[in-house]
Design a protein around this ligand. Structure first.
Ligand code: MRU
Length: 360
């Protein structure tokens, strides 16, 4: 299975190794990051992307940074203050996906809760263990949500997905694509329709690539064809990932997701969101509070190296949009499936896990 983020440490070096997703599918190349600054740059430039994957990359970046501080002879206190600043650099890299700040805070918290008198080495190793735990847990969460969600997908027909919520965007297996993969493993035989996902083409470049490698039938469509395919009766449900889910169930995800949700409602088609509990942000009460990242104009005015819009054109390029909870049929999480009213269900999965009704 493809691994978007890896961590390597030996006696002389510690580094984060990122599969360069900008080069896919034509080239499989890797970028090495030694610490927080270069990992933050890689996150901004989308060498690594997808909410869980950027969290994992940031967690490993802190582990690598801690190891380098250790080599410089820093005390535990110096290491902690350096790592707190490094965490801020990482969190600033992209604002919308909550997993990034969540992972950084979790690794820092593991260091802060080291027993009194711990050495710098104890602190650094603890951070490294926490980063690895975040990575491994993400894969486990994806498998769990896939088991819950697979039964919601149709036996035949078409399933629409947007952007890339696959192994590339996570610790492995994927969220929305994990559910699709599991559905295939249990014998369902629908066709996946992958939106190309303007402007950076995560659907065309990444989702199509992942599904073709697995032998799952995938049809590439332009973003603007989705509603028409629904009208033709070729799509039985849509399933997407999420960058942040507010306490009321509003969902931030790749730009274009909202249009899909509205089209699903207009055609009476279920619209599912698959996301680990680390993407649920109970501190954000609704989607209105979510900061939507705006990216550079050149992502829209150029295609590859070719200019496709007039010089001087004004551009608005939000990377994400907010789908109001009322358009979401169900949120598939690692703890179970949550239906409306989402505020109640989401609180339950984060607080009282064992009382969630995992059935449809
Ligand atoms: O800008 P990107 O490629 O990082 O956007 C990714 C998405 O919107 C994904 O759908 C989301 O992060 C969920 S990935 C499991």
């Amino acid at each position: 299975m493809v691994k978007a983020v890896k961590y390597e440490r030996n006696d002389t070096d510690a580094k984060v190794i990122l599969l360069d997703q900008r080069a896919l599918p034509s080239r499989v190349i890797f970028v090495k990051c030694l610490g927080a600054q270069d990992t933050a740059t890689a996150i901004k430039e989308m060498v690594v992307r997808g909410a869980p994957a950027i969290g994992i990359a940031a967690a490993y970046a802190l582990a690598a940074e801690a190891w380098h501080e250790l080599q410089r002879g820093s005390s535990a206190l110096e290491l902690l203050s350096h790592l707190t600043r490094a965490g801020e650099v990482l969190i600033r890299a992209r604002p919308t996906a909550v997993n990034l700040a969540w992972a950084v805070k979790r690794v820092l918290q593991s260091a802060l809760t080291c027993p009194e008198g711990s050495s710098a080495k104890d602190v650094a190793y603890r951070m490294e263990r926490e980063a690895k735990a975040i990575d491994e847990e993400d894969l486990r969460m994806n498998r769990a949500m896939a088991d819950f969600g697979a039964k919601l997908l149709p036996d035949q027909g078409g399933v629409l997905t947007h952007c890339n919520a696959g192994a590339l965007a996570t610790g492995g297996y994927g969220t929305a694509l994990g559910v699709i993969r599991r559905a295939y493993e249990i014998g369902k035989r629908f066709k996946v329709y992958a939106d190309e996902t303007r402007p950076l083409m995560q659907g065309a470049r990444l989702t199509a690539w992942e599904l073709m490698q697995d032998g799952i039938p995938v049809v590439l469509i332009t973003d603007s064809s989705a509603a028409y395919l629904m009208q033709l009766g070729r799509i039985q449900c849509a399933i997407v990932g999420a960058d942040r889910i507010a306490a009321n169930g509003d969902v931030a995800n790749k730009i274009g997701t909202y249009a899909i949700a509205v089209s699903c409602r207009a055609h009476g088609i279920p619209f599912y969101v698959a996301a680990p509990s680390s993407t649920v942000d109970l501190n954000t009460s609704s989607g209105r509070e979510i900061v939507v990242e705006e990216r550079s104009a050149t992502e829209i005015t150029t295609f590859g190296d070719v200019r496709i819009a007039p010089e001087g054109i004004e551009v608005f390029n939000p990377a994400f949009d907010i789908t109001p909870a009322r358009y979401v049929t169900a949120i598939i999480t690692d703890k179970g499936i949550v239906g409306p009213p989402f505020d109640h269900g989401l609180r339950q999965i984060l607080g009282m896990h064992d009382t969630v009704d995992a059935e449809e």
